[in-house]
Design a binder for this molecule. Structure first.
Ligand code: PTJ
Length: 248
């Protein structure tokens, strides 16, 4: 039993979720390594949502609202850490959710499909009986996508993603948005909008701002998207690591 009084309580809760999910058999073998890397970056960031992350999230929500077919791609780690937050955000912006695994096995996909159903989201895409196609006609499991989801999407949010997938998607002409605590990752660099934040903070933050942005004129949403410079925003995120990493 974790004690709320522990100074690292929140972080331990996330570790616990990852350990539990690993035991349940739906995480990749390397999921804990990916989580540990994320933890280290988050620690250096002060475990806070930064201004550049918030800016990228406003752009993300604006893009999702204006898109015809927005899709959120989910893997094992995102499901373990934030399944309910993913579902809430998808519902708020009317996006579909698609399972897309780097280390895809039928067993993992079945377990994740069941979890989304158990959490009240039976319409999950990318399951084993879904109709799949290949993005950019690349015959590679990393390029497979649901014909009703990522394949026809105009905007794809890929939280906690690996570089290969982001690269294939970024060449597809879709708007690619990532949530990745590492501003130097291939994923962050290749995406159109990179949110340098923890998925567990970013998803609820975005759900919270949906109503406000939906009430704004379309011209305003287009303006914040047009004015956004991902490279400059990533540089700003990186600078914050240095500042927050100083020993006081
Ligand atoms: O479930 P699968 O088969 O799709 O596999 C998922 C993992 C995450 C194992 C796979 O995609 C992978 O190996 O990813 P990478 O290459 O380790 O990249 C994961 C990225 O997510 C790293 O840049 C981490 O810093 C970052 N990250 C880890 N935890 C979080 C995170 N970013 C945001 N929030 C987190 N909680």
């Amino acid at each position: 039993m974790l004690s709320r009084a522990h100074p690292r309580y929140e972080s331990l809760v996330l570790r616990d979720k990852i350990v539990k999910a690993s035991k349940e058999g739906y995480l990749a073998d390397s999921a804990m390594i990916a989580h540990g890397r994320g933890e280290a970056f988050d620690y250096l960031l002060g475990e806070e949502t930064t201004l550049p992350a918030k800016r990228a999230m406003y752009v993300t929500v604006a893009l999702m609202i204006l898109s015809k077919n927005p899709v959120i791609s989910v893997n094992g780690n995102t499901t373990a850490l934030a399944i309910d937050e993913v579902i809430e955000f998808a519902k708020a912006v009317n996006a579909k959710i698609e399972i897309n695994l780097f280390y895809r096995t039928d067993e993992r996909v079945d377990k994740i499909t069941k979890l989304y159903k158990d959490h009240g989201y039976p319409e999950i895409l990318g399951s084993n009986d879904d109709d799949m196609a290949y993005i950019n006609e690349i015959k590679n499991p990393r390029a497979s996508a649901s014909k009703n989801g990522i394949y026809i999407a105009d905007t794809v949010l890929v939280p906690l993603e690996d570089g290969d997938r982001a690269e294939i998607l970024s060449k597809s002409g879709k708007n690619i948005i990532t949530i990745d605590l590492n501003p130097l990752s291939r994923t962050s660099k290749r995406s159109d909008v990179s949110i340098v934040d923890n998925v567990v903070r970013a998803l609820p933050f975005m759900t919270k701002i949906v109503d406000d942005l939906k009430s704004q004129p379309i011209t305003y949403l287009k303006k914040i998207i047009e004015e956004f410079d991902n490279e400059a925003n990533l540089k700003e995120s990186l600078d914050l690591f240095k500042i927050k990493g100083e020993i006081k």
